[in-house]
Design a protein around this ligand. Structure first.
Ligand code: SF4
Length: 188
């Protein structure tokens, strides 16, 4: 019994250390607002992380598969959702990637800053709808993923400011918010 108690205490300490590490900085997974967001994007990187990354606005994607045809190591189709997404950043040589971007008939493949990519990829996935009781629930994808990412970053910023007033460092999402703001302005 004594040995088991020691083992459990040790396991508890390891888990607490791990969860407080995750709670450090922007990449935290939250229980309430932003629940499920870990700060890690869904796409992986071939080679080193670069300043620019590719992002598919899946709302606009019509599932024509042109991008997959030209750069199949970078783009992949989600046959359930009927849209393409970036599976591996720079999975193909840049020339192939550029052809894929230019071949998109609806211009839904964007170059974005790699810092803003995790929020955009998170927002591009269907989100739980706010509903009341047994009605109005379910899943939806934001219509304007860039606006949704901007709002999400704003809320994170506010949350981090509250936390920073209690001693945490809340500067990272501010930078992210500015980057998404700039991208949206540039896009408009
Ligand atoms: Fe979607 Fe554009 Fe790829 Fe076609 S080329 S599957 S529209 S991202």
């Amino acid at each position: 019994g004594h040995d088991h108690a020691l083992l459990l205490n040790e396991a508890y300490e390891v888990l607490m250390r791990s969860s407080s590490r995750k709670a450090d900085g922007f990449g935290k997974s939250r229980g309430g607002f932003g629940s499920g967001y870990t700060g890690d994007g869904y796409s992986s990187w071939n080679g080193p992380i670069r300043s620019q990354a590719l992002f598919v606005d899946e709302n606009k994607c019509i599932g024509c598969r042109e991008c997959v045809h030209h750069a199949g190591e970078t783009f992949a189709m989600d046959d359930v959702l009927g849209s393409a997404h970036v599976e591996v950043q720079f999975g193909d040589v840049e020339q192939q990637i550029q052809v894929a971007v230019e071949s998109c008939p609806v211009n839904c493949i964007h170059w974005v800053g790699s810092e803003e990519l995790p929020v955009l990829e998170f927002m591009a996935r269907p989100q739980r709808k706010e509903g009341h009781g047994v009605f109005g629930g379910g899943w939806e994808r934001p219509k304007d993923v860039f606006a949704a990412a901007r709002n999400f970053a704003k809320k994170l910023e506010r949350q981090e400011q509250q936390e920073s007033s209690r001693g945490a460092n809340g500067s990272i999402s501010s930078c992210l918010f500015l980057r998404i703001e700039n991208h949206v302005k540039f896009r408009d």
